[in-house]
Design a binder for this molecule. Sequence first.
Ligand code: PPS
Ligand code: ADP
Length: 226
Amino acid sequence: MTTDVHLTWHEHRVSREDRERLNGHRGCVIWLTGLSGSGKSTLANVLDHMLSERGIRTAVLDGDNVRHSLNASTGMLRETHGEEFAQRFGLGFSAIDREENIRRIGAVAQLFCEAGIIALTAFISPYRIDRRRVRQSMREGDFIEVFVDTPLEVCEQRDPKGLYKKARAGELKHFTGIDDPYEVPESPELVVKAGGERTPEALAEDVVAYLVGRRILPPMDSNPTG
Ligand SMILES: Nc1ncnc2c1ncn2[C@@H]1O[C@H](COP(=O)(O)OS(=O)(=O)O)[C@@H](OP(=O)(O)O)[C@H]1O
Ligand SMILES: Nc1ncnc2c1ncn2[C@@H]1O[C@H](COP(=O)(O)OP(=O)(O)O)[C@@H](O)[C@H]1O
């Protein structure tokens, strides 16, 4: 593939299939989407642990962590790189900044997927179009959208970081679910109810069962590299 800016796409000698054979399972992206406090990070962590224990290669991309590094905020970059750089590349929570946040994460998740790894992403990703673009950038079947479906009232009651309280008090603007939109997925591969009805471990088992059913993972009593 050649682009209009004189860049050439390089084919690699080790194919995705080679890497998947080495790993003993397919790569994919498990894209967790939901409100702040819905349980995305918790589920990503439990899944990561559960799969790793079973010999599956995984990687976690988590909202708060990525916003400290790859997608650092303006404030963070100002200290390390100066004002001009921070203004150009720092990301906040406007619609366009969220779009760029999700675009970059989608690209990184895709790299993991192509390396035969199961990428677990935990981002609010409130806009359907941003999630759809990531889906469309990948091979059919690689993007598994999981809606972490927890009612706003429950998220707000949990409020582990006190952000809902700040948003209600008007101290934090454009907070998802309060004065910024969350567009519920129209046809996600999976919906998990994380409002307290079931434990994160039970929800993770549902996701694993889905992956086995789709033959992304081998049956769980077999050794993936054996
Ligand atoms: N305005 C506003 N709206 C929503 N969330 C906010 C906001 N400001 C800060 N935070 C904190 O940032 C975390 C969400 O970051 P994400 O990268 O997942 O957001 S997004 O996908 O770009 O919408 C989110 O973390 P989680 O609670 O883990 O979802 C919040 O802690
Ligand atoms: N399935 C669940 N049942 C009950 N509480 C949960 C569940 N999943 C997460 N929680 C709790 O909800 C809070 C927010 O979870 P977190 O994973 O940080 O959400 P998010 O990453 O979506 O912001 C945490 O206190 C966590 O312990």
